[in-house]
Design a protein around this ligand. Structure first.
Ligand SMILES: Cc1cc2nc3c(=O)[nH]c(=O)nc-3n(C[C@H](O)[C@H](O)[C@H](O)COP(=O)(O)OP(=O)(O)OC[C@H]3O[C@@H](n4cnc5c(N)ncnc54)[C@H](O)[C@@H]3O)c2cc1C
Length: 471
């Protein structure tokens, strides 16, 4: 049973625990809503990591540029302030990258994301942002026999592309030494992984771009783009370039909607229990996940909590209340936590929150120009955006300023992935397939053979040519 001590069962009615913690620690720098018609060089829609890193790199590349960020909520109110805080590499995404772009370009993309992880740490040091950055790598834990093949494939592929040091196999004993959960069998270790407090990172980034002269209007929903003019209910920004940095809200934008499906993911957070972490040996600060498509991911905090995400959620047509107030998803997430960490049975879950994931047909994001106008976008992170948004910000700033850099030659820049089917098939299909994937993976984890119909349904995306779900 879910033990949400002191928490009304409306996760997301409040800000994420990360963001509340960050807001309590910061000096106020108000960013009132837009209330007039103004001009700018670049208008950015969305004040999460993508929008703010783009603003940051624009100020690096071209300090005099007039940049305005329009955010419907507060900066970091979306997934950038709600995520698991995994700043992780792309070596586990090699299969998709190699399939799409070939081995050489895939490795270049992975190295660029690796650089972003290091650069985020440098950025925090340079600007005095204490985002609890801790680079201790990422352990993948096998929790079902069906995942052994996936784990081996991941390790073998890193070797084949000439990057054997990036992902190494772990024996069951080595996995247990890192974190003793009765559900873990063997696994693998990716060295590219750091934990961050995402609320502190996104709010720190907001402070830095404000100090550099970027204008931010919070509480300013953009209702449409007229060319590159962003229109809000009480004013507009007429700019030479516009950036859509709206993540899963992209399902509502014609420039992005065939590229994305919105899925929810939820996180539960325990009370501090450092002694319990010591008992299971998980004191190294490693990021950990399993191999499910409905990924379960978990990390510790400096005060000895576990933040545990995933395992449930839904696919929806629009980003609505079920992305932040879904008791079923919280309950499924908590069940996953209790299953994996039975020795924490008497440790209360103190908080829970959710948010939307922008799932792309390839499980990977693309960055670039949307159509002919000077409208740019970065989207499709598919739940792995903390480090890649830093790279996206550089790419978008380079494209806008016309800089000829290695970044703009990365394979996901202006790539054309396959499109999802139009509505209503897209969201209806995604919702049905998502539940089938969860049912299949849950059966496998419990040592049962999933039903034929469920297995076939879960494989539908692969059969349609998308790099999603089981094969
Ligand atoms: C529960 C959860 C856990 C996750 N865990 C991880 C993780 O551990 N590691 C990882 O790498 N990734 C994780 N992710 C994904 C990661 O958070 C995102 O990929 C990343 O934050 C994307 O940043 P963004 O700036 O593109 O999007 P967002 O942070 O969503 O920012 C987009 C912003 O646009 C605003 N917006 C939307 N529409 C409009 C509009 N019309 N007008 C004005 N503003 C608008 C939104 O309010 C939002 O603030 C997780 C996501 C969720 C939901």
């Amino acid at each position: 049973m879910l033990n949400l001590t002191g928490l009304a069962l409306t996760p997301g009615a409040q800000r994420s625990w990360w963001l509340r913690e960050a807001l309590a620690a910061e000096a106020p720098q108000p960013c009132p809503p837009l209330r007039s018609d103004v001009n700018a060089d670049v208008v950015i829609v969305g004040g999460g990591f993508t929008g703010l890193w783009t603003a940051y790199f624009l100020t690096e590349r071209s300090p005099g540029l007039g940049v305005v960020v329009l955010e419907q909520d507060i900066c970091g109110g979306g997934p950038s302030g709600r995520n698991g805080g995994f700043a992780s590499g792309w070596w586990d995404e090699l299969h998709g990258l190699v399939t799409l772009y070939g081995a050489e370009a895939a490795v270049r993309a992975c190295r660029a994301v690796s650089d972003s992880i290091g650069s985020i740490e440098d950025f925090c040091d340079l600007h005095g942002i204490d985002a609890w950055f801790r680079r201790r790598g990422y352990m993948f834990a096998i929790t079902a026999q069906a995942h052994e093949r996936l784990c081996k494939g991941m390790v073998d592929l890193a070797r084949e592309v000439g990057a054997p040091d990036e992902i190494e196999p772990l024996t069951p004993t080595e996995v247990q030494q890192t974190c003793a959960s009765p559900t873990f069998r063997g696994g693998a270790y990716m060295r590219d992984g750091a934990q961050v407090q995402p609320g502190r990172l996104v709010r720190g980034l907001r402070r830095v771009v404000l100090d550099r002269g970027v204008t931010i209007h919070e509480g300013s929903p953009v209702t449409r783009l007229d060319g590159t003019t962003a229109v809000t209910p009480a004013g507009s920004v007429r700019a030479r370039h516009a950036v859509l940095a709206v993540n899963a809200w992209g399902v509502g934008w014609p420039q992005l909607n065939r590229r994305l499906v919105a899925w929810s993911s939820y996180i539960v957070l325990t009370a501090p229990a450092p002694e319990k972490l010591r008992e299971i040996g998980w004191t190294g600060g490693e990021l950990i996940s399993d191999f499910r498509t409905s990924l379960r991911y978990f990390r510790t905090t400096p005060d000895g909590r576990i933040a545990f995400g995933g395992g449930g959620g839904r696919a929806r047509r629009t980003v609505d209340e079920l992305f932040t107030r879904d008791a079923r998803a919280v309950s499924e997430t908590a069940d996953g936590f209790r299953l994996m960490f039975p020795s924490f049975a008497d440790v209360p879950i103190e908080d829970a929150w959710g948010g939307p994931i922008d799932v792309s047909p390839t499980h990977l994001p693309t960055f670039g120009r949307a159509g002919d106008a000077n409208v740019y976008y970065a989207a499709g992170y598919t739940g792995n955006g903390v480090a890649p948004t830093h790279l996206a910000g550089q790419v978008l700033a380079d494209l806008i300023t016309g800089a000829d850099t290695d970044n703009v030659r990365l394979p996901m820049v202006n790539a054309r992935p396959p499109a999802f089917p139009p509505e209503p098939f897209r969201s209806w299909g995604a919702a049905v397939v998502r539940r089938a994937m969860i049912a299949k993976e849950t059966a496998e984890e419990r040592g049962r053979k999933p039903g034929f119909f469920i297995s076939q349904l879960a494989r539908t995306p692969r059969r349609m040519g998308f790099l999603l779900g089981p094969d």
